[in-house]
Design a protein around this ligand. Structure first.
Ligand code: ATP
Length: 512
């Protein structure tokens, strides 16, 4: 199973390069670790995901507005937010392999293996008992399943306790007691566990003496907090309201070996929702549900998502959950929903000396609002879409095709227009169709190779529609429209193309 998943992940990575989605950064210099460039198709997919998020957050919520804050912020921001003191990952080195790992991730992976063992027992029993299977009863009484799950809980609870207490020696002990070895080499020869700050530093100003030390923002959220009052006042916003933002964030990740899943430069799509104190947990539940709905609207399979409630809460949170997605390497965090309390605004009040409060006319009272945050990695979402979309299909005639079943609303190129042959005036008609469609859609022209090969090429690139112009077109102004997913072909009038594509990529259809 692990090998299949590895293979699938490798296929995704090489497909992403071959079809112009993702290149390694500065590849001619052998790349830069955990930094990637988005290529001609990748940039479109990324833009479309961002747009899908933005519309659902900002346009479809009358009480949410967007901003675009700078990447560079006043350095005190990061003192106030706690990032200077606490934005650390516990790292551990293997003395034999010289490889560096996140100590918490090694332990979490161990716990996940226990869960997989439990799941295996459940699947086995399910297959054996069929319809008569009572899962609830099975998981509470089957001794092995109960043992695996209890053990898993104990491990995660102890990890949470020791991280909370900053007891790094105990994290090391846990790794030793569980006999966790280097996943690459099997060696158990570990160093101590140390804390490592993830922020990238840089300098502002020309002369060495007067230069100010800055950080590249490790999250976009703080740009929202420091602008809370500006937006509230100028937008005449009333609580509850939200501020959304998409943009780059930077983290000097210790372990960055999973393609665009964990990058050093990445993009976040975050929304901070400001609410009355005491109402935050109701809104937290609301946003958990709303965000899961957004994911499900794309039709990438309900079974590929699950919630994971945090055991260890960050210093600012009173509740937190991840939406995990089934990536080729297993279920991993795709999005976080956090109830951040009034921690950030209070901290900025304290460090700036400025009041960051809201006068609530209904309560006739000033208060620092509480915040519920939704935070999703755009690149992780990209990987979720790409890895789910990439499929090898067996066809009826025994051949296989590689197809990228990207939801049409997100597809980089919506339609390719193909003249059947490169003569008889067909390219000119195809070009005229492009000239019309390109006002509304990103479309491509392709005249090289037999039409069957062109279909396959567009399938693999993820294009949902192919429009073929043939000799009949000259007689009756109709074309063949071919659908990527079903491979169905239909004859339609040239005048109907735009509407057919438009219907399939309507935001209203997808988001409602
Ligand atoms: P992880 O536990 O995987 O390191 P996190 O809990 O630190 O993630 P958050 O700080 O909650 O992540 O950030 C919100 C979102 O930003 C994450 O859900 C993820 O989608 C994205 N994200 C965080 N770090 C990275 C990264 N290094 N590369 C790509 N996306 C990231």
């Amino acid at each position: 199973m692990a090998n299949n998943n590895d293979d699938q992940f490798k296929k995704v990575i090489s497909h992403a390069k071959e079809y112009g989605y993702i290149f390694a950064s500065s590849e001619i210099y052998d790349g830069l670790s955990a930094v990637y460039d988005y290529a001609q198709n990748g940039v479109e997919l990324k833009k479309n995901i961002r747009e899908y998020w933005w519309r659902s957050m900002v346009y479809l919520n009358q009480n949410i507005v967007g901003i675009d804050a700078a990447i560079l912020m006043h350095p005190t921001t990061w003192k106030a937010s706690g990032h200077v003191d606490a934005f650390n990952d516990p790292l551990i080195d293997n003395k034999d392999s010289k490889k560096r790992y996140r100590a918490d991730v090694l332990i979490e992976d161990y716990a996940e293996k226990l869960e997989q063992k439990a799941q295996k027992e459940i699947d086995k029993a399910k297959a054996r008992f069929g319809d008569a299977f009572d899962e609830q009863q099975f998981v509470t009484t089957h001794p092995r399943v109960v043992r695996y799950r209890e053990h898993q809980r104990e491990i995660l609870a102890r990890l949470a306790r020791s991280l909370e207490a900053e007891d790094l020696a105990d994290v090391k002990s846990l790794i030793e007691e569980l006999e966790i070895s280097d996943p690459d080499t099997g060696s158990k020869n570990w160093t101590e566990v140390r804390q490592f700050n993830l922020m990238f530093g840089t300098k502002l100003g020309a002369s060495a003496d007067s230069a100010t030390s800055l950080y590249l923002r490790p999250e976009t959220a703080q740009g929202i907090f420091v602008n809370f009052l500006n937006v509230q006042k100028t937008g005449r916003m009333k609580i509850p309201f939200g501020i959304a933002q998409t943009g780059k964030a930077f983290r000097n990740e210790i372990v960055a070996r999973q393609f665009i899943f964990r990058m050093r430069e990445f993009e976040q799509m975050e929304m901070q929702f400001f609410v009355r104190p005491g109402e935050e947990l109701t809104w937290y539940e609301h946003w958990k549900e709303a965000r899961l709905k957004w994911h499900l609207s794309l039709g990438m399979g309900e079974e590929n998502y699950r919630f994971h409630d945090h055991e260890k809460l960050a210093h600012y949170a009173n509740a937190a959950a991840d939406i995990e997605f089934k990536f080729p390497f297993g279920f991993k965090e795709l999005e976080g929903i956090h109830s951040r309390t009034d921690f950030d605004l209070k901290a900025h009040e304290k460090f700036s000396g400025k009041k960051l409060q809201f006068f609530d006319p209904e309560m006739n009272e000033n208060y620092v609002p509480y915040v519920v945050e939704t935070s999703i990695g755009l690149d992780r979402m990209f990987l979720a879409v790409l890895s789910t979309a990439l499929q090898e299909e067996e066809l009826e005639n025994g051949s296989t095709r590689t197809v990228l079943k990207i939801p049409s609303i997100l597809a980089p190129v919506k339609a390719a227009v193909l003249p059947l042959v490169k003569k008889d005036g067909l390219p000119e008609i195809a070009q005229a169709i492009i000239d019309d469609l390109q006002w509304d859609f990103n479309v491509a022209y392709d005249e090289k190779d037999a039409v069957g090969r062109r279909y396959r090429r567009q399938d693999a690139a993820g294009t949902p529609f192919c429009i073929t112009v043939d000799h009949q077109t000259k007689d009756d102004n109709t074309v063949t429209i071919r659908f990527r997913d079903s491979m169905e072909q239909r004859r339609i009038a040239i005048s109907e193309i735009s509407e057919t594509i438009g219907e399939s990529i309507s935001f209203k259809k997808w988001l409602s």
